[in-house]
Design a binder for this molecule. Structure first.
Ligand SMILES: Cc1cc2nc3c(=O)[nH]c(=O)nc-3n(C[C@H](O)[C@H](O)[C@H](O)COP(=O)(O)OP(=O)(O)OC[C@H]3O[C@@H](n4cnc5c(N)ncnc54)[C@H](O)[C@@H]3O)c2cc1C
Length: 1010
């Protein structure tokens, strides 16, 4: 390993953190104490130093986590409120009487607020802005130049951060690019006028670039798709190149900030790739942030150092712990993915220290920048550098504007270089940055809180994190969810290159063996001598995925007979044994995940992530219904009474028919099949004709898992004649159906008849369509609402019963929303679903295409065509069934496109005067399946729970993507019979309850009670 300045060779262990070295420890403590002593001479910065309002507010927030949440949520929504009345309403909803904490003068104001809201709103807004100002160096380039001069005078270097992180459209990304270029120009001009560098602007080899700009890649394009890094990088480079070119011209340094984990690999790949381009091989001066709270940070840092050496490209690494610990932990746990961050705070600290050494050992090629407000972390870096004899000017410290000012001063006094990270921009749009700073200042385990509130002693603050880990009791591992009977399958993380490779390989392998014939399976016999129907890839209809044997009415009869014959033995199979078969099927699906995903991509035209979610849901249905059957399989005591043993148990109905749709070709088919099956019914499985090859795959999996012949029968056919025959059959006892309203209602009616010979009243589990609405309140967070609405409407071309088809926007924000939303629409990639980045693929077949295009024509007649995608010509050339995503605005409730289910990528935007009208519009449909509300008003959210009548209501998130058990799925009105797939009561639809009472009193005695 290379070392610098003749420093000792590295003692960095390959695994684990740094071993405790008593001599080094003593030196770190001494250095830390010295820093503390220097810091004592300077006032604590920002919110902790001000006496009065801020200090009290922060104190209260730290004491009372519930108040803290409410306060920070209010701060977060404030920029979206454009009237005094709205500010006062939100203030009262979030904080109630506690609002006086913001300012005691509000006490009287709040009482009078209903009369004169401006009396309260003005001071509150001013107060919050004043607080936010402490963390923001100014609004525009002029403020920035002033701050730069101040910093230079004080000896600090600067890095500039332009506030504003989420861009949803090309226009917003262009604007962000323009602001970056403007800042580079203005500041460069200003610096030319005062060329004297500050103390921190000089490195060992002379002056460093004084103009230093930090860039967040997510603000450079709306097209960041972590699962499609190749295209994302192409898009990002379009806007990064002008910045790098300008940086070369004006001699600026560019730093890549590091954001969420899902962008990490992409950011690193982009960094390397653009710097390998000829024009950027030698310049500009460049750096990147790496996050020590990530478990794989060391690997990334080593790779980056190796790259820098190989390319002889000096760079700076800003070592941080990381700003997104909570969200990384929560999101990974929500998705069942490994948590990428360390779970204990001292682990992040210890990793920071280890990586400090790694950086210092490579300081000849990588300039270390230690960005921490933690005195221990800084002291450790200094001592390690001193041990290696590294010139203090060969590395730097970085700290945020408005934070740790006393540490900055102490470090400067100690002869170190310090760079201040100065956020600049409008305060209101920058509120997200402010909220992050508030969280950082008040975080339980954070150094700043512990130091500034006196919660920890100097000794504790300087303790070696490795020792802390050894002595501290092990906190519950944040990555471990509580053990549960059922756990959801995790979707594939396509941000991982290995996962993308596997998926590509599976698509290729499947592509090489398409076109097989799939016979019927009745009573365990494969029946191959039937007419075969080709099933095609909707993106390229010339590609035949497979052929399925078309069942006849006689086959349907045979299937019913086979099921009837198999039923008694299957019913007698213990529930636990049936459950085990389902669990085996789930395991098989899991091991063949990439293969089945590929099949779904090709036969149903589903984009990767949707196909993968389809597979996860199928696995979940198997495991969840297995767990449910184990629960329901043993008799339950109804009431304990002396002398009588009273139980209730469940018995299967008999023969069930599963009639599935093509839009969740594996998941729904699996759910409709395995629920009655595990309950003990013999099942006839009829997949949709468009996706019957997937049906054949599932049948194979279930037989391989151990389902006996006849208990399951695979009967692909055209729905009309044979479907009706099965539904009306007197020997059929239950029908599990998901599909269109027309077919569902017909089944309901047919099944209601009781012809002679019918054994049971038929049970129909019927899930039909939706005309789902999402309401956008005036105070909605549009950065969240717009991507959620786009995906809910256009993901898988809107071919989900849960898909968004009516966007109801409140009048106050209608124009603002529509403008941003429409400009965001083109960022949704339309294409062949076999490509990783596609979000909108084809619709399922030519009939669907024709029908949806008809609705688009209808929409043009009755509403305003606000946006329509332009399909790339190569899509049409392949003959695929593509429909351009389309948005109509100013749609009224009586319009056809506002009433009928379209089942395609067509969205109707409607305006509502207020929430009353919004709920009336949303509820005013024949359907009641999914719905949603984006709002930051607690009362509006509460009201939606009461008044928005749909089966699945989603608040402040997209309205598709139900997860088994977490979101039991199904609606009412013309959406279905109120049953919930993936819910606790579902299996009971396929069973009869039986109650048994046994007199246990014989000759005057009973067995002992259990
Ligand atoms: C100039 C500057 C630039 C920055 N740029 C970026 C950037 O580009 N990207 C980025 O992500 N961050 C960045 N940060 C870091 C981030 O904003 C925080 O300031 C930083 O993580 C706080 O660390 P600390 O050493 O100052 O404080 P400390 O209080 O010592 O550490 C707090 C940190 O510990 C970690 N942590 C908290 N709880 C736990 C736990 N239970 N288990 C494990 N770890 C935990 C978190 O990372 C938390 O931020 C930057 C910071 C500075 C000063």
């Amino acid at each position: 390993m290379a070392t610098s300045n003749g420093s000792p060779p590295s003692t960095l262990p390959e695994t684990g953190f740094l071993p405790v070295d008593p001599a080094l420890e003593a030196a770190v403590r001494a250095k830390g104490e010295k820093l503390f002593a220097l810091m004592a001479a300077h006032p604590a910065p920002g919110i902790f130093s001000k006496k009065g309002a801020y200090a009290r507010l922060m104190e209260w927030a730290m004491r009372d986590p519930a108040f803290k949440t409410q306060l920070f949520r209010f701060v977060d929504v404030l920029p979206a409120l454009d009237s005094s009345g709205e500010i006062v309403r939100h203030l009262q909803e979030y904080l109630g009487d506690q609002a006086v904490a913001l300012n005691p003068a509000l006490k009287t104001g709040l009482a009078a607020a209903s009369l004169a809201p401006a009396l309260v709103a003005g001071p509150v807004k001013a107060q919050v802005l004043d607080m936010a100002k402490q963390f923001v160096a100014g609004a525009g380039p002029d403020d920035l130049v002033k701050q730069l001069h101040l910093n230079t005078k004080a000896g600090r270097a600067t890095t500039i951060d332009l506030l504003g992180e989420t861009v949803v459209s090309e226009a917003e990304a262009d604007e962000f690019l323009r602001r970056n270029l403007e800042v580079l120009d203005t500041v460069a001009t200003a610096l030319r006028a005062s060329p004297e560098p500050g103390a921190s602007d000089v490195g060992p080899a002379g002056p460093l670039p004084r103009l230093n700009l930090s860039v967040k890649i997510s603000a450079l394009t709306p097209d960041v798709h972590p699962a499609d890094p190749e295209n994302s990088i192409l898009a990002l480079k379009q806007r990064l190149r002008p910045i790098l070119r300008r940086a070369i011209e004006v001699g600026a340094f560019i730093n890549f900030d590091m954001e969420s984990y899902k962008l990490k690999d992409l950011t690193l790949a982009l960094f390397r790739s653009i710097l390998e381009e000829d024009e950027f091989r030698a310049g500009p001066a460049i750096g990147i942030a790496l996050q020590a709270y990530l478990r794989d940070c060391e690997r990334d840092l080593r790779a980056l150092i190796a790259w820098a050496r190989e390319r002889r490209r000096p760079l700076t690494v800003r070592l941080v712990k990381g700003a997104y610990w909570d969200s990384e932990t929560i999101l990974a746990r929500q998705r069942g993915w490994p948590v990428p961050v360390w779970s204990r705070k001292p682990e992040s600290d210890a990793n920071f220290e280890k990586l400090t050494v790694l950086l210092l050992d490579n300081a000849d090629i990588v300039t270390p920048a230690f960005a921490s407000h933690n005195v221990r972390s800084c002291a450790h870096a200094i001592v390690q550098a001193e041990r290696r004899g590294i010139d203090p000017r060969a590395y730097e410290f970085q700290a945020l504007y408005g934070m740790a000012d006393e540490l900055k001063a102490a470090l400067l006094q100690g002869g170190h270089r310090v760079r201040e990270y100065c956020a600049v921009g409008q305060l209101l749009p920058g509120m997200a940055y402010f909220v992050r700073r508030l969280l950082e200042n008040t975080s339980n385990e954070g150094f700043l809180r512990q130091k500034n509130t006196g919660e920890a002693t100097t000794e504790q603050l300087l303790q070696n994190p490795v020792e802390l880990l050894a002595t501290g009791k092990r906190a519950a591992d944040a990555g471990q969810a509580a053990p549960a009977a059922f756990r959801n399958a995790a979707n594939t993380d396509y941000t991982l290159a290995a996962a993308r490779e596997q998926q590509r390989a599976a698509l290729e392998a499947l592509g090489a063996r398409l076109g097989r014939k799939h016979p019927l399976i009745i009573g365990g016999r494969k029946i191959a001598d039937r007419e075969y129907v080709p099933s095609v890839n909707p993106a390229r209809p010339a590609q035949i995925v497979g052929h399925w044997a078309k069942a006849t009415v006689a086959d349907a009869e045979a299937a019913v007979a086979a099921a009837r014959a198999a039923f008694p033995a299957w019913r007698a199979t213990p529930a636990a044994a049936r459950a085990t078969i389902l669990e085996r099927a789930a395991d098989l699906l899991e091991t063949r995940r990439m293969e089945v995903n590929a099949l779904i991509i090709l036969e149903a035209g589903k984009p990767w992530m949707e196909a993968d979610a389809d597979t996860s849901e199928a696995i979940d249905f198997c495991r969840f219904y297995a767990a449910e059957m184990r629960r329901l399989g043993s008799p339950e005591i109804t009431q304990r009474t002396p002398g009588e043993y009273c139980t209730q148990l469940w018995t299967p109905r008999g023969v069930a028919v599963a009639i599935a749709p093509w839009n969740f070709p594996l998941a729904i088919l699996t759910g409709l099949t395995v629920a009655p099956l595990v309950a003990g019914n013999a099942v006839i499985m009829k997949p949709a004709r468009q996706t019957s090859v997937i049906g054949a795959f599932l049948a194979d999996v279930l037989f391989e898992a151990g389902v006996p012949p006849g208990a399951l029968n695979y009967l692909p056919c055209f729905g009309g004649e044979i479907g009706n025959h099965l539904v009306a059959h007197p020997q059929v006892d239950a029908i599990a159906f998901t599909g269109s309203r027309a077919v569902g209602c017909r089944i309901w009616e047919l099944a209601g008849r009781t012809p002679p010979g019918q054994a049971n009243l038929k049970k129909v589990v019927c899930e039909m369509g939706g005309k789902n609405a999402l309401i956008i309140d005036n105070d909605a967070d549009l950065d969240e609402a717009i991507p959620a609405a786009l995906y809910s409407a256009f993901g898988y071309s809107g071919q989900k019963c849960s898909a968004l088809s009516r966007l109801v926007v409140l009048a106050g924000g209608y124009d603002r929303f529509l403008e941003r939303f429409l400009s965001a629409c083109p960022s949704v990639p339309v294409g062949d679903p076999a490509l990783a980045g596609t979000i909108v693929g084809p619709v399922i077949d030519g009939d669907a295409q024709k029908k949806i295009l008809g609705y688009i024509e209808q929409g043009k007649k009755e509403a305003r065509l606000a946006w329509q995608a332009k399909l790339p010509p190569e899509l049409a050339a392949g003959g695929g069934y593509f429909v351009p995503p389309t948005v109509f605005a100013d749609v009224r409730p009586e319009h056809v496109i506002a009433r009928e289910e379209i089942f395609g990528p067509v969205l109707a935007v409607m305006k509502a005067r207020d929430l009353d009208e919004a709920f009336a519009l949303a509820n005013g449909a024949d359907y009641a399946l999914t719905g949603g509300l984006f709002s930051r008003s607690p009362s509006a959210l509460e009201r939606a729970q009461r008044d928005f009548l749909v089966g699945n209501l989603y608040l402040n998130r997209g309205i598709t993507g139900a997860v088994v058990e977490r979101h039991p799925f199904g609606g009412f009105k013309m959406s279905g019979g109120g049953t919930k797939a993936g819910g606790r009561e579902y299996l009971q639809n396929f069973m009869f309850p039986r109650a048994i009472a046994e007199n246990t009193l014989r000759r005057g005695f009973t067995p002992p009670e259990e």
